[in-house]
Structures are given as C-alpha cells and as structure tokens.
Design a protein around this ligand. Structure first.
Ligand code: SF4
Length: 344
C-alpha cells in the first residue's frame, strides 16, 4: 500500500484564486466541523462501550479557534457549515458557535448533526441562534433495538426532540438512519411513514468502516442500490425529487409531506460532485472522509499563524484531494478507528 507523504504544492494560479478547489475542478463550499469527540451514546457501528482514546481538552480546538476558522473559511467560498462531533450538543458553547457562524458574512446556512438526546433542552436556543438545518441520528423506532444499537436507553427522549424541532419549524429537519441488514431492514416502512405527516427527510445511510473494528465485517452492510430496490418495491409510487448534493436518490411519496433519501456513504458514487471539507475536533483538515492524509491547522493556530497561512493550508489540503474516496482509502493506513474521531 503506497502511503501518501508528498504534498503537491499549489501552482501560483490557484494560490491567487480565492475559492477552494482541487485538480479535478471541484469547488468546495461545505465545511463540516467536529467540535468534540465525546458522546453520550456508544453505538456499535462507532465505538466500543469503553469509548476510544479520547484526546485531552488542550488538544481540541477552542471555541475562539473554531470561530476564527469559520471566518477565514467564509473568505474561501465556504457557504455551508455543519457542526458535528462526537455529540456536538455536549459542547458547552455550541449555541454561541452556531450564532457566530450564522452572523459570519458569506455563510449562508448553518447545520448540526445530533443524536437528539439533548435536543429538548437546546432546540429553542439553537433556533433563536439561527440554526438552519438539524439532522437527528437514530436507526430504529423500537426501544429494545435502540438499546441494542446505542448501548443506552433514550429513544422516547430523542423522539420528543424531533417533535420539538418540527414544532419550532427549523427550515431543514432530517433523520439519519444507518441502514443495516438483519437490524433495521424491517423498519423501512416505519421510517417512510414518518414522512407522511411531517415535512422532514429520512436519510438511509450506508454503514461505513469507522466502527472501531466492531461490526463492519459481520454482514450488516446494506448497499444503497439494494435499499433503493427494496424501497421502490414497498412503495411503487415513489417519485424522484430534488435533494441536497450529498443525497444520491431522493424520493417523495404522493400525498406525503416529507422526502426519503439514500446516501451511498461507502459505495462512494457521488465523489465527482463532492463539495465537502472536514475539520477534526483536534484541528486537522481532511480533504475526504476516507483520506488518511491530514493537514495540521492547530499547529498554525497555536504558533501565531496568520489568516493567510490558515487559508493556504485549506487550499493546499483541497488541491491535494484525490479523485474519489476509493483512491483515498487505498492510499494509506487509517489511524482514526472511530467515526467519533473524524466527525462524520
Ligand atoms: S468519499 Fe470523499 S470524495 Fe467521495 S463524496 Fe465522500 S468525502 Fe467526497
């Protein structure tokens, strides 16, 4: 396996060019920022019961550093921010992070992905801070199965959080469901029926191998194409509709208020249109979910680095992005074993 060590320097033209782009002509406008690694669940496709080797507080980016990065990124054509984690609602300043990002010139929308356990307490403040979109991750509507998958109780609390998010009318409410064979493939209908009365999008997401070596190799992978075929068999009247750039196939059932989307997160057949940049909680830029090559932004921030140096590192990182997630995975050894260390 040829591990990537060399960095392709930016040709002068790209250096002058303000937008973030790569050698394949893709332009990046969407920054996903992990604000922490800790989580109040222990999902079997993410981390073991004892957790992972969490970084210490001083290794994680501070609120001030995150705000500065959002400011610089907004000058590079980043217009969409998503806060992730770990569980971002555990972050003590998440509402102010959202508020600052919303007020940053150039940022058009701010989103957050949560497991929903703390949403009842924070939804109102997030709405007032101007949060545009909220994705709530839960993979079953069955209490017992919820405990099996997360190793914790809490489904009723999560569903209350969802109800509150709908009541507060966030412009964009989504439910993220990791689709797994032999676990929730019998709940497709139950999830689709959530879209009958509610203006939300149910997103069925392929399982990914960032599971701390727990279930990836246990036959639970449910490929997007198979899921789409099962979905359209169960609901022959589903109509293709528009969705966001990360959604492969988006459908709506006639007469239903919401949508259903399928995300080929492992099959990776969306890479040609990728718009995403990732920032880990400890301050590394990842130019692809599957890339092992990371760019140390924290070092620049903590050595009196200028905004220009921050911008140049973003540009260098994206200029070095590989054609797709398959090539990124092939070219190196993954050192982050859990999705909570990457930020999703
Ligand atoms: S696998 Fe990498 S290149 Fe492909 S869509 Fe995901 S982040 Fe983008």
């Amino acid at each position: 396996m040829q591990t990537i060590t060399e960095t392709i320097p930016l040709p002068n033209s790209a250096l002058r060019e303000s937008l973030l782009h790569d050698r394949f002509g893709r332009v990046f406008s969407y920054l996903r920022i992990a604000v922490n690694e800790r989580c109040n669940l222990r999902c079997i496709y993410c981390m073991p019961p004892e957790g992972v080797d969490f970084q210490s507080k001083k290794e994680l980016l501070t609120t001030r550093e995150i705000n500065r990065i959002v400011g610089v990124a907004s000058t590079l054509g980043i217009s969409k921010i998503r806060f992730t984690g770990g569980e971002p609602l555990l972050h003590p300043h998440i509402v102010s992070l959202v508020g600052t990002a919303v007020k940053t010139p150039g940022i058009e929308s701010v989103h957050l992905t949560t497991n929903g356990l703390l949403l009842r307490e924070t939804a109102e403040a997030l709405r007032q801070a101007g949060l545009h979109g909220i994705n709530i991750s839960f993979d079953t509507l069955d209490n017992t199965k919820f405990k099996t998958i997360t190793r914790k109780e809490g489904l009723p609390v999560v569903l209350e959080g969802l109800e509150l998010a709908l009541m507060l009318e966030f412009p964009d409410v989504k439910v993220n469901v990791v689709a797994m064979r032999g676990f929730n493939d019998d709940e497709i209908t139950d999830f689709v029926e959530l879209t009958r009365e509610h203006p939300l999008t149910v997103r069925f997401i392929e399982l990914m191998p960032f599971d701390s070596h727990q279930i990836w190799k246990t036959g639970k992978f449910y490929q997007a194409e198979h899921l789409i075929s099962d979905l359209t068999t169960l609901y022959p009247d589903l109509t293709p509709v528009n969705g966001s750039s990360t959604e492969h196939c988006v459908f709506q059932h006639p007469g239903y208020r919401g949508k259903i989307a399928v995300i080929p997160a492992y099959s990776r057949n969306l890479c040609s249109g990728c718009t995403r940049v990732r920032l880990t909680a400890d301050g590394y830029i990842r130019n692809c979910l599957y890339s092992h090559r990371e760019y140390n932004l924290r070092e620049i921030l903590r050595n009196d680095g200028t905004d220009r140096e921050i911008a140049d590192l973003f540009k260098t990182a994206m200029w070095n992005k590989l054609a797709d997630g398959w090539e990124a995975q092939r070219r190196g050894e993954e050192h982050r074993e859990s999705m909570t260390q990457i930020g999703g």
